[in-house]
Ligand binder design. Structure first.
Ligand SMILES: O=C(O)[C@H](O)COP(=O)(O)O
Length: 199
């Protein structure tokens, strides 16, 4: 356990198509996604951490490599940080599965089982397992759903409670698991008071 800076990868080619990625690995970063990753790396310059752990998917690993180059830290990958398994929704248009009253939103729990999507609690368990394996101060580069899920867990929220959370590309969500606290959620500018915890 310790302090974790969860970073969603930068914008990917599939993100811009309005297509659900899931654990698909067909998509790397756009030029904008690379610029987002570089901007986030600059926010983090000067921190002292124990490592960078990344989802093995190309869009996340490319983001982690950009951050690692700026911070001069090698990147390790861990499958437990991979994006949610979307079942039959993988690589399909987002709005085929979201509530038609709320286009471009999240697939909600009731549909999860119907399409064979990974269970919300299972997703939380695997991210927590990764945190248990890396004790200290880490950057975890991951994806929209796992970050929203682990933040909701530490906020004491359900999946429905978190429906309004939109984890932006290359944004930072900082969790202090020793204190069971979410210090920031989807931030693109890191609060200096939070950054001090990583010196
Ligand atoms: O498309 C998806 O699976 C999610 O909505 C976003 O996934 P990503 O964070 O890997 O882009």
């Amino acid at each position: 356990m310790g302090k974790y800076i969860f970073i969603r990868h930068g914008e990917s080619n599939i993100n811009v198509l309005g297509v659900l990625s899931g654990d698909s690995d067909v998509s790397g970063l756009t030029e904008k996604g690379m610029a987002q990753a570089r901007r986030t790396a600059e926010q983090l310059s000067g921190i002292k951490i124990d490592g960078i752990i990344s989802s093995p998917l190309k869009r996340a690993f490319e983001t982690a490599k950009i951050i690692g180059e700026v911070l001069n830290i090698d990147v390790k990958t861990d499958e437990r940080l991979i994006e949610v398994n979307l079942g039959r929704a993988k690589e399909k248009k987002i709005n085929e599965f979201t509530n038609p009253l709320y286009p471009n939103s999240h697939i909600t729990g009731s549909i999860r089982n119907l399409i064979g999507m990974e269970d919300w609690d299972d997703m939380i368990s695997r991210v927590k397992s990764a945190m248990d394996s890396f004790n200290g101060k880490y950057i975890f580069v991951s994806h929209s759903d796992p970050i929203r899920a682990i933040a909701s867990y530490y906020l004491g929220w359900t999946e429905d409670d978190s429906f309004g959370i939109d984890i932006k590309n290359a944004s930072m969500t900082v969790i202090d698991s020793d204190k069971n606290k979410v210090l920031c959620l989807g931030a693109i500018n890191l609060d200096p008071e939070i950054k001090k915890l990583f010196y």
